[in-house]
Design a protein around this ligand. Structure first.
Ligand code: CDP
Length: 217
């Protein structure tokens, strides 16, 4: 693997996607939001009224779905679904889809294929631990659950969703719990990842810090 791969992992709402998008622009590299792929499958299951806890059915949906990135944007079966996958109903269900081993197998294969072709920054839960464990550039982005909840709440409010801050914080904590205790590729900091606590940092401060670290090494 000779291309540049930057791995940004961390818990829900830590700012990974905002930071990764900015870094991708700054460095002129591709951006892959790995979480968007799990969200896409979750969205499809909800739309088709599949019981999320019925693993067999979820796997069936996953196996027959086409999830792609075009211009760094997520597509499901040829349709752009950027806004749909951010809905709170998708967030509340996605971790139960992402914990299914077969679903992860299909997604990780795709993520590796995309990541092997071009210089890329990927954000998610298992980029540095599982998808690209050999990359030199690994970061673990964190912030307090309250701060993460507040950021996500403001984002959703801005999009016109009718949400309650306490519910968002609860959902984020629940998702972190499922993500970090699942059997396959649980959320954890890779030993060689640099941890960045963004609780009291601005977006640009985090972006500049990571870009500097990448350029230094
Ligand atoms: O943006 P946010 O941090 O809320 O979440 P996301 O990155 O869109 O990821 C949504 C969910 O997908 C996570 O809570 C995980 O359950 C799952 N996920 C995963 O299992 N592995 C990844 N590499 C990325 C996301």
């Amino acid at each position: 693997m000779n291309n540049l791969v930057i791995a940004i992992d961390g818990p829900a709402g830590a700012g990974k996607s905002t930071i990764s998008k900015k870094i991708s622009k700054k460095l002129g590299i591709n951006y892959i939001d790995t979480g968007a792929m799990y969200r896409a499958i979750t969205y499809k299951c909800l739309k088709e009224k599949i019981d999320i806890l019925d693993e067999k059915k979820v796997i069936e949906i996953c196996e027959k779905s086409e999830v792609d990135f075009i211009d760094n944007k997520i597509y499901l079966d040829g349709k752009s679904i950027n806004d749909e996958i951010r809905m709170q109903i998708v967030s509340a269900n996605v971790s139960n889809v992402a914990k299914i081993a077969r679903v992860r197998e299909i997604m990780v294969k795709k993520q590796r294929e995309i990541g092997q072709k071009n210089d890329v920054i990927l954000d998610g839960r298992d980029v540095g631990t599982c998808i690209f464990p050999n990359t030199k550039y690994k970061f673990y982005l964190n912030a307090s659950p309250e701060e993460r909840g507040k950021r996500r709440y403001l984002e959703l409010k801005e999009k016109g969703e009718n949400v309650v801050l306490e519910d968002i914080i609860k959902e984020i904590k629940k998702r972190d719990y499922i993500d970090s205790t699942r059997k396959v590729a649980p959320l954890t900091k890779a030993e060689d990842a640099i941890e960045v606590d963004s609780t009291n940092m601005s977006v640009d401060e985090v972006v500049n810090y990571i870009v500097k670290k990448v350029r230094e090494s």
